[in-house]
Design a protein around this ligand. Sequence first.
Ligand code: GDP
Length: 318
Amino acid sequence: MPVLQQDSRIYVAGHRGLVGGAILRRLQDAGHTALITRTSRELDLRDQAAVRDFFAAERPEFVFLAAAKVGGILANSTYPAQFLYDNMMIAANVINASHEHGVTKLLNLGSSCIYPRMAPQPLKEEYLLTGPLEETNRAYAVAKIAAIELCDSYRIQYGSDFISGMPTNLYGPGDNFDLKGSHVLPALLRKMVDAREAGAPTVEVWGSGTPLREFLYVDDLADASLYLMEHVSEPGPINIGTGEDLTIRELAEMIAQVVGYQGTLAFDATKPDGTPRKLMDVSRLAGQGWTARTSLRDGLEKTYAWYLAHREEALAAR
Ligand code: GDP
């Protein structure tokens, strides 16, 4: 199993995002010195020729593929063409260039939305492609499934050590707090801080509040990503989560407590609920030696502290 050396050439694709940013911090903290990054302005990962040139020049030995067009339920259902095209192109270019340029190991990161909408819970890796996908993020999911299939196909045909980690819903420092594009957790955190400051009596929560979601603190994901890189080599998706979920209403109540918001929740039934539940079965990774550490309450406190300290940056980022 390849081990990351202090001077290994490690490319983190998507280092300005929530996930890539956390992986980069984790690698820096561990003392890795040959870290390679490019902003999307410097390198458009949808551009095959540009990606080839970049790999030829930089010769990375390890690749963390955390670059993706991502967003919450509204962004996914509004821009399906972009979610499908951008993510297919990014995955195809980076995975193929990794093969052509002899990358030792690649970790492809996806999402729990790859699993069928009505799959039994908790979601086991083997449920992939056993039923229809959730409508509101089908385009994104198909691109992410294609990326897993690419990794597995390069493994079969060329023996490439390309693996796929599928994290549950993530949150933490560096998240997207834009209300139209973000996921539920940063959206509610921002809305409740705003409402507390404005003295607003209610905060709007989309949908019925009954869907169940699982949340993983992004630093735990970064930890899992390094663990996978060093200890796991197998085809197919590998779930990364906490194995615990809660309703959107419970989440909203917990965020209100952390933020100190005393008003009431107003559920907006005109907004979609999305998939009713997507709890990860995390026993496979646990069996290989990794489990999440940060409780939701602790992660929320840390994210809230980060948001207060970096509010301008968080709101201007996108
Ligand atoms: P999903 O996990 O792919 O469905 O993505 P989201 O994180 O965007 O949404 C999760 C659930 O939270 C859905 O049922 C949303 O309707 C609900 N939700 C409640 N309030 C909000 C909000 O302000 N923003 C977002 N994005 N979702 C919200």
